[in-house]
Design a protein around this ligand. Structure first.
Ligand SMILES: [Zn+2]
Length: 468
């Protein structure tokens, strides 16, 4: 239900040309009504959700399953009757392909217990089934590493972690309250999402931690250890993330993320001087030559003078590998696909071309949307503008989880406020009416915003986004 409403808010906005002055803004209420009615009786959101998460599975950039996903998504967009459906390579992918083919992780002493674990992407395989003593690395600065010299060969090394699990008395999921929405409208500060704003960032501490990590990585590489164990923050699921790897580098040491309870159980035993042993088998496959591939489709424009202009909507199709990327960002892709499906089914003939772009490589650095900018809008070397730049109308992005749309971030663009206010007025009864001057970051609209192009992301209810 909440997703259905989210989709309707988006579709209504897509039909509005952006650069008209607010005074001349004409809202097609008849079309609003048709879209709402159509979605109420013909929603495909539930089916698309199953299809994109359970059926398509994890969609790590450069992985075999991402390639499978691209082909299936392309077929689905063609089935919807959309035009110019393409898998569009836009950039080489600097990390290359990586696939996990086997993960087995267990504690074998003082007793047997298998753990749920996720290997860190772009780390290596174990040499078959490896078994060894678990050593907790306790280091504060690079010099502390010397005490381990020559003692770690074949060992399984736990990286230190200070994370603890805090019991919560409030619900994990939340919606934005009226007060929070009001504050969003009034406070002109950067940082859109409540929990996403950087607070007093300590650059010195960050640099120190980074240097420590580099020294540790270098040391462990030379000591011939069997595997590295990390703790997944405060989360009860093993987090998925990636190593700082570039295609052609030597394969990094196998590295595994464990949930806090599994990690904590072993850490506490080691603190009590109880010997702990584990056995691990990880099989990962590296492959070369992968591209960053966006999947795109469109409804061509019908006005001879405006059809080359593009109204772009998108979300990132890639995810991390530990789950099915439902909240990040299947939800965004589902909404964008449902939005364009409804427009197609209603036989809408927009004056401008409406294009949906499902980006690749967002998680590794907004590669898909940046690649689109390089290919169609601005040359990355000469900075010469390409023909697509002049024809770019607007971009709408979604990448903040499954929550209902509550409004939109203006990205500091005050001039556009009256336009959005006019468009959103009929959406007030969907609780989507907040227009905030704030920026929000961390995702693909930034690739366009960086060039001064109008590119926006919606304010969404947080639900459980960012809560593992
Ligand atoms: Zn995302």
């Amino acid at each position: 239900m909440k997703k259905m409403k989210t989709g309707m808010a988006l579709i209504a906005l897509l039909l509005m040309p952006l650069f008209l002055a607010a005074q001349t803004e004409k809202v097609d209420l008849d079309m609003f009504y048709k879209i709402k009615q159509f979605e109420k009786s013909n929603s495909q959101i539930e089916e698309l959700s199953f299809w994109m998460t359970d059926y398509l599975g994890p969609r790590l950039t450069g992985s075999q399953n991402k390639a499978r996903t691209n082909n299936i998504v392309k077929s689905k967009l063609e089935e919807m009757g959309l035009s110019n459906v393409v898998i569009d390579p836009v950039r080489p992918f600097d990390r290359g392909g990586w696939d996990n083919e086997k993960t087995y992780v267990a504690m074998t002493a003082p007793y047997y217990c298998a753990f749920t674990a996720t290997p860190k992407a772009w780390t290596g395989s174990t040499k078959g089934l490896v078994k060894g003593e678990v050593i907790m690395l306790t280091v504060q600065n690079p010099d502390d590493l010397n005490q381990y010299k020559g003692k770690l060969k074949g060992k399984i090394v736990m990286m230190p972690s200070s994370a603890t699990y805090t019991v919560r008395f409030e619900a994990i999921a939340s919606r934005l309250t009226e007060e929070e929405l009001e504050a969003l409208e009034k406070d002109n500060i950067s940082g859109g999402r409540r929990r996403g704003s950087p607070v007093n960032f300590d650059f010195e501490a960050y640099q120190k931690a980074r240097q420590m990590m580099q020294a540790q990585a270098e040391f462990l590489k030379n000591e011939g250890i069997a595997a590295i164990i990390n703790q997944s923050g405060e989360f009860n699921v093993p987090r998925s993330n990636g190593a700082n790897y570039r295609a052609g580098d030597k394969e990094p040491i196998p590295e595994i993320n464990l949930p806090i309870e599994a990690y904590g159980r072993m850490a506490r035993m080691i603190q009590h001087e109880v010997p702990v042993e584990m056995e691990i088998e990880i099989k990962n496959r590296f492959s070369k030559g992968d591209q960053v591939n966006n999947v795109m489709a469109e409804i061509p424009g019908s006005d001879p003078n405006l059809k080359d202009e593009v109204v772009l909507l998108g979300a990132h199709l890639d995810s991390w590998h530990g789950g099915t990327g439902a909240a990040d960002n299947a939800s965004g892709c589902i909404v964008m696909m449902e939005a364009i499906r409804i427009l197609k089914e209603l036989g809408v003939q927009p004056r401008r071309t409406i294009r949906v772009a499902l980006w690749d490589g967002e998680e590794q650095g907004l590669h898909g949307s940046r690649g689109y900018v390089e290919k169609y809008l601005r040359d990355p070397q000469s900075y010469d503008l390409k023909p697509g730049f002049e024809k770019f109308n607007v971009y709408f992005n979604m990448d903040n989880g499954t929550g209902r749309y509550r409004g939109i971030y203006l990205q500091g663009n005050e001039m556009i406020r009256p336009v959005f206010e006019t468009w959103m007025a009929p959406l007030d009864n969907l609780d989507c009416s907040t227009v905030t001057i704030r920026n929000t970051g961390g995702t693909d609209h930034q690739s366009f915003d960086a060039l001064g192009l109008p590119a926006f992301q919606f304010i969404q209810d947080e639900i459980e986004y960012g809560r593992g």
